[in-house]
Design a protein around this ligand. Structure first.
Ligand SMILES: [Zn+2]
Ligand SMILES: [Zn+2]
Length: 56
């Protein structure tokens, strides 16, 4: 299953990490995901615009 398209209003990175288990699979059991931590602490720098979409 491919979750490559991020829905409007979502952060592409957070979406990708939340829906693609392979990204976190390479981390060790207790290892933190740096990109996820960064977005959690600093917020997401970019969200997919809700209006500009040709997928709808
Ligand atoms: Zn992550
Ligand atoms: Zn994010």
């Amino acid at each position: 299953m491919a979750a490559s398209q991020t829905p409007p209003g979502q952060c592409p990175q957070c979406w990708e990490h939340a829906h693609n288990p392979r990204i976190h699979r390479k981390l060790k059991a207790r290892e933190d995901c740096k990109p996820c931590l960064d977005h959690m602490n600093n917020g997401c720098p970019y969200l997919v615009p809700k209006t500009a979409s040709k997928w709808w």
